[in-house]
Design a protein around this ligand. Sequence first.
Ligand code: FE2
Length: 434
Amino acid sequence: MNNMVASVPSSVVARPRVVVDAHQRKRSGVRIRRAAAASSATSPAPAPTPISPDAVERTASIPYKDGSIDKTVYINDAAREAIEKANAGRFVSIIDPSSPKLAKLLSVIDDGWDAIGVKNKNAGHHTLWPEAFEAGKALLEEAFPEECSPEFGGEVLNGVAFVNEPKYYNRAIDFMQRRTKEDFIMSKYNPLGRLHRDPDAIDYKSPGWMEAGMEASDEYSYRYYNVWLLRSPRDPTGQAWDKPLVVLLPRNGGAKEWTYDVRRPEDNVEDDSKKTTGSQLMSTLEKIKANPMSAAPMVMQAFSTKKKEDKFEAQDANYMTRGSPELQPSDEHVWITAPYMIFDSFDMWHGAGTWMPEDKRDLRNGAEDPIAARKNAIKGRVSIELRFRARCKPKSREGVPFSPVSAAYRGGVFKPETVRPSDGQYDLENGTIV
Ligand SMILES: [Fe+2]
């Protein structure tokens, strides 16, 4: 028997992953769960320490453009520390699970989940659910007083204002309920795992939405806050059992964009007018295999029987010209997650990560009630997001900066038909581009 080839575990071959910084990041005051894993290749690797419920950092597979990469994801106190260290306190706030304002919002959501949410196919305009937006606003005012609370010069506006034509309110996604796989048929929108920022996505936007949604931008700075709440049971570390919402902290406190490629439709799809449906499907499947992240627009193209100009009728008319920005991996990326948080979905990259299977297993087996834990773990993630705008007048108050998206808009590089430039730099004090 040839020992050289006999002992490669099939899982290693079947699911290659790139590890960039997982297990290797050292932070003062934060326990490194698997410090031993960074040892040199010549010494025998000690058995990894199993994850424990008090872990403050975990590893998740992050769905980058050219394949998933295992990254450290900070949770609980370490996530709060990371936010502070990244000067991201105006971008994201982790909601204390014991907050009475959160309890109020969760109970409003419980009450309306079926009667409002499910009835409207799990997504809709904020006017359908005023109680939920009222309860969400209270959390926003507390988390970001200078951006959101009238007492400090801030103001919350319900909804993202993508849709301002009442006849198309049914295309709005001011709230969105994410359900488990078996509920897909009920949803207008499936969970979007890929990394993105909200204005770049394909969702329908009314003509002139940007000007209307950010009116009086000569004096106002706008932020687009997403109140994100887990509704399925939490695992022993306090997080979603799987598919955690992972959020990337901003670069240089938001003064600089991360590096990304802009993928244009022609990179994904080619003229299909001469192809038969069968060969078209085969070629699409080949391409998806080579680059799984390109799947969504290609599948839409392959299965559509509409003429090209009709295909995005109910979606963003500029999506195809604008192209889709795809985040490039970087060792500098710092990821966080939480079961309840408010994050700026226009200025922070986000998506769904996947926890390491061995950690899920250890948490399940080590749970007080492993049978209940197993049930919870396999159910899948259920969550809801409520989307808001908030605005304030930075020039009237010292120390309050413009948001990056407002700086980009005011500087002329954020338009309906273009994406913000990769590595772009902003003067946040004056609210313009550098
Ligand atoms: Fe999003």
